[in-house]
Design a protein. Structure first.
Length: 511
């Protein structure tokens, strides 16, 4: 930097103090403000104030100095909040702001994964690894990409390399343990994870390590140790997100009050008669991924995964003017939904949306598509809630962290499903029980295909061969032959799930 009284190096001929020194001071002030915003965002994120962190990162992203890092963190936060489209945009902006950075190129790969462009994402990750063979993040992301495509042997090798390069890579342990069934030969890996669980600082990474340890001990049939780690993971999660029971009950009340039998009967005739959408819904961990695998194995069916169309449409309905015509809303909603589904599968006769939380929106779905297929997945309630409690969700349901909250949420779910069953025409929803599905897969698969109005396809008997990308927590199970191994799993954990045992009475008819 030149002295204040020296000639400015910009070539103006003026003294530095009267020329670029002014601009440099302004730039320094802006850089200081940018860094302050970014640090504030990091603190809010660490403290679990996710929405506040998102807003602060948005501000930091407007400064040149922090555009890359802030957009990257913003993308991760938005993804964790279930706002996948916004997350992809932010991650792309991060990569654009610093295209030569390996970390930002991995952000581009993450955006491609969100956009379901797994082939392009894998190419991008491999480019990073070619330039930097010691990138643990690169191997972690490669492992995740390969696992989503069902290439578990390759995924395992990549994830083992990730944790070898960075033994405190909590998320990589989680994906690794969910890419195969652990045996006694994996005790060294478990010891490594136990060490990581004591040294990893970032809360989300610690959570994933404990879920990984829970999965490992479950594989080894050490259920007491497994539950200890599931409980620790959920205790950490609960500090970051808590269920608002009053708000949930109010939401269920609102749906029941709005979508009355009379309201649905009077307006559903204005809905679209397309049978293109197939909605698979219910509580998480009830076999919805298996149902989607079976149906989408059909030559005329495509699986779309867990779309966010209906949650967004629900918010649009809430904003609708009181004087707006509901028929216009239905027409536009149907057109938009079909456009989304056609962008995924232009030639398919049916497209499956298996967002389980669409059970909250059955009335809205019926209003827009009164002839669409709605498949309601059910499972033993204790097995359902135990599976939720022992599963890491990237977009974490706040009710999953506490067993008593799970019981409350499940009872609210029952209340709403009872309303839908009474408010909709008889037979409008098809109930599929997980236990029956795994006990009699052919009979149930034929029933599902027939319900979709399609001719039988023998490929539906081999859902484990379905090569589509699977992003849910069940991606490993989705590639395995159908078994009854998970039915009645809760009995192995009976000593540690006292609150969930209250749900035993809900296991009978009318679930």
């Amino acid at each position: 930097m030149p002295g204040r009284n020296e000639v400015c190096p910009c070539g103006s001929g003026r003294k530095y103090k009267h020329c670029c020194a002014q601009d440099n001071r302004s730039a320094a002030i802006e850089n200081s403000r940018a860094q302050a915003q970014f640090r504030r965002g990091l603190k809010l994120e660490r403290d679990g104030h996710i929405e506040e962190a998102v807003n602060v990162y948005k501000v930091a992203a407007t400064f040149t100095a922090t555009a890359s890092e802030a957009n990257s963190r913003l993308g991760h936060m938005l993804l964790a909040s279930g706002r996948a489209g916004e997350a992809a945009d932010a991650l792309r902006l991060a990569a654009t702001a610093d295209p030569d950075s390996a970390e930002r190129r991995l952000d581009l790969a993450r955006a491609l994964l969100i956009e379901k462009k797994n082939v392009e994402a894998e190419v991008e990750v491999r480019r990073v690894l070619l330039a930097d063979p010691r990138s643990s993040d690169g191997y972690w992301l490669l492992g995740r990409t390969l696992a989503e495509g069902g290439r578990f042997a390759e995924a395992r090798a990549a994830l083992e390399q990730a944790v070898s390069l960075n033994p405190r890579q909590g998320g990589a342990y989680f994906d690794l343990t969910n890419s195969y069934t652990l045996t006694e030969a994996d005790r060294p890996l478990i010891a490594q994870m136990l060490a990581a669980s004591r040294s990893v600082a970032e809360t989300d990474q610690r959570i994933r390590v404990h879920f990984a340890l829970g999965k490992a001990f479950d594989d080894l049939k050490d259920y007491g140790s497994a539950m200890q780690h599931f409980a620790t993971a959920n205790r950490l999660k609960k500090a970051m997100c808590k269920l608002d029971r009053e708000a949930l009950a109010g939401r269920i009340d609102g749906a029941i009050e709005r979508f009355t039998p009379a309201y649905l009967a009077s307006h559903s005739e204005d809905g679209d008669n397309s049978r293109l959408p197939v909605l698979v819904l219910g509580m998480p961990r009830t076999g919805s991924t298996l149902v989607e695998q079976i149906i989408s194995s059909h030559a005329d069916v495509a699986g779309a995964g867990e779309l966010q169309f209906w949650p967004e449409l629900e918010r649009a309905l809430e904003r609708l003017s009181p004087i707006a015509r509901i028929a216009d809303f239905q027409r536009v909603a149907a057109k938009d939904c079909i456009a989304v589904l056609r962008s995924i599968a232009p030639a398919a006769s049916r497209v499956v949306d298996k967002n389980p939380f669409n059970f909250l929106r059955v009335g809205l779905i019926h209003l827009v598509f009164p002839r669409s297929v709605i498949i309601h997945c059910r499972r033993n309630p204790i097995d359902t809630c135990l599976s939720i409690h022992s599963t890491y969700f990237r977009t974490s349901p706040e009710f999953s962290t506490d067993q008593e909250d799970l019981v409350f949420y499940y009872n609210q779910y029952l209340r709403l499903m009872g309303h839908w069953r009474a408010a909709l025409p008889a037979g409008r929803m098809i109930d599929v029980d997980y236990e029956e599905l795994v006990a009699n897969p052919e009979a149930m698969s034929r029933r599902l295909v027939a319900a979709c109005g399609l001719p039988w396809d023998d490929a539906c008997l081999r859902p484990e061969r379905n090569e589509r990308v699977v992003r849910t927590a069940s991606k490993w199970q989705a590639r395995q032959t159908i078994t009854q191994a998970s039915a009645g799993r809760w009995r192995r954990y009976e000593p540690w799930i006292g609150p969930l045992l209250e749900l035993e009475r809900a296991a009978g008819p009318g679930l």
